[in-house]
Design a protein around this ligand. Structure first.
Ligand code: BG6
Ligand code: MG
Length: 214
């Protein structure tokens, strides 16, 4: 039996755009514009590592206290968007896709870098669909380290080589590949070049393809 591991932001829900808006504000504070191309490097990356990258791009350093303050402010901005979320914010085809896997008895896990994952899953009504939830609260190493996916695989009792990961970020695809799992990119083929296969969304994934994976 194959195991299915889903990233959260940008795969299950469109929160990637909320992270982008909140980090754009942080970048503005340091006097530069966070472009979409630069933002690709933040996708899948933990809150702390994202802020470190922004400081690097700004060519500056700050005290630990200010670092803490900026990370907290970014999260507060981000949560203002998240707090308005409902089940309508689940990306097209995702609910049906996971439901089908569950009906077939396939183990399903979440593998996300976000500390806000439980809150988002509860707000969108998806929390109970997962057999295991591994998120930013339970990992020590951020993607592209494979830790999050390896823990998820262990929790659902499936060998890494039998796991299929759905990811929208370069860091996440790398993490899945390093873990020895099948990596399915959700997004742009030109960006997710290392993924085993890329689809623009879950509606595009046909039953035939899933049956081949099983
Ligand atoms: C990832 C997002 O899923 O979670 C990143 O792609 C984000 O953009 C990271 O920085 C951490 O999220 P949070 O919610 O803990 O700040
Ligand atoms: Mg993501």
């Amino acid at each position: 039996m194959k195991g299915y591991i889903f990233d959260l932001d940008g795969v299950i829900v469109d929160t990637a755009k909320f992270h982008f808006l909140a980090w754009k504000k942080t970048a503005r504070y340091f006097g530069f514009d966070l472009t979409e191309a630069l933002n690709e490097k933040l996708k899948g990356v933990s809150r702390v590592d994202s802020l470190k990258k922004i400081l690097d791009w700004a060519g500056t350093t700050i005290s630990e206290d200010e670092f803490e303050k900026l990370a907290t402010e970014k999260n507060e901005d981000y949560l203002q968007y998240v707090n308005k979320m409902t089940s309508k914010d689940v990306l097209p085809g995702v609910y049906e896709f996971i439901e089908k896997l569950k009906k077939e008895g396939c183990p399903v896990a979440l593998g996300s870098a976000s500390k806000n994952a439980p809150k988002i899953l509860k707000k969108t009504g998806l929390y109970d669909m997962f057999d295991a939830i591994v998120d930013g609260n339970s990992v020590t190493k951020a993607k592209p380290d494979p830790e999050v996916f390896l823990i998820a695989a262990r929790k659902i009792g499936v060998k890494p080589e039998h796991c299929i990961v759905f990811e929208d970020s370069e860091a996440g695809i790398e993490a899945a590949n390093v873990a020895g799992m099948t990596s399915i990119g959700i997004g742009d083929k030109r960006v997710l070049i290392d993924a085993d296969q890329v689809f623009s969304n879950f509606i595009e994934i046909k039953e035939k393809f899933i049956n081949q994976l099983h």
